[in-house]
Design a binder for this molecule. Structure first.
Ligand SMILES: CC(C)(COP(=O)(O)OP(=O)(O)OC[C@H]1O[C@@H](n2cnc3c(N)ncnc32)[C@H](O)[C@@H]1OP(=O)(O)O)[C@@H](O)C(=O)NCCC(=O)NCCS
Length: 173
């Protein structure tokens, strides 16, 4: 799945009524920098100790087993995600981040809907992700999208924090 480039020009809808141009695109290093800086300033990355440079490098690295994508609102980088396409009978959404100025307007929900569509297209029965246990807003967001907690992973990133493995079971289209 996710041929390269995976989603050139894919349009997302937004919950608000503004007619803005929202596109999902393969990550470009020029966008990885502001996105990395933005994510480093907010949880969960702030609390987990990920700096801007580390995140920018991570978002810039494209490999066969992991894709980095950006969401542009008009021409502004607004959100990003990284995906491991064939993780466990479905993709693993390794990172999802919407910058604060663009939260709450439906981007996260649209990104999950797109990922579910990709998985269905490839006849995969699951979408997986991981959330920090302390990240209650994200866990509520994922719950509303239909994800269920299926695993508790203590000391995965930091000794004093746990991660929660989340599964969205999907049916074929
Ligand atoms: C969590 C996050 C991905 C949600 O994306 P978003 O674009 O802001 O969310 P949306 O506008 O698409 O909201 C979708 C749904 O989730 C709910 N939701 C979103 N943020 C929420 C929050 N902080 N608390 C509770 N519910 C929330 C919305 O009310 C909406 O519910 P509905 O479908 O019943 O109407 C985004 O806020 C974010 O990136 N946060 C910081 C980083 C993070 O925690 N990433 C995820 C784990 S690594």
């Amino acid at each position: 799945m996710f041929t390269s480039p995976p989603v050139e020009g894919y349009s997302l809808n937004m919950a608000d009524a503004e007619q803005r141009n929202v596109r999902l695109l393969t990550m470009n290093p020029a966008w990885a920098e502001p996105l990395g800086e933005g994510l480093a300033a907010i949880d969960p990355w702030l609390r987990l100790g990920y700096g801007a440079q580390t995140l920018t490098r991570y978002l810039s690295a494209e490999g066969a087993d992991r894709h980095a994508l950006a969401v542009l609102v008009d021409e502004t980088p607004a959100a990003c995600l990284t995906v491991r396409p064939n993780w466990l009978r479905g993709p693993l959404l390794e990172l999802l981040g919407v910058l604060p100025a663009f939260q709450g307007i439906g981007l996260g929900k649209e990104i999950i809907a797109w990922l579910v569509g990709q998985a269905q297209h490839h006849r995969q029965g699951n979408v997986w992700t991981i959330s920090s246990e302390f990240n209650l807003p994200a866990r509520e967001f994922y719950r509303r999208q239909g994800f269920e907690a299926v695993g508790h992973l203590p000391e995965l990133i930091l000794a004093e924090e746990a991660e929660i493995l989340l599964r969205l079971k999907i049916s074929p289209p």
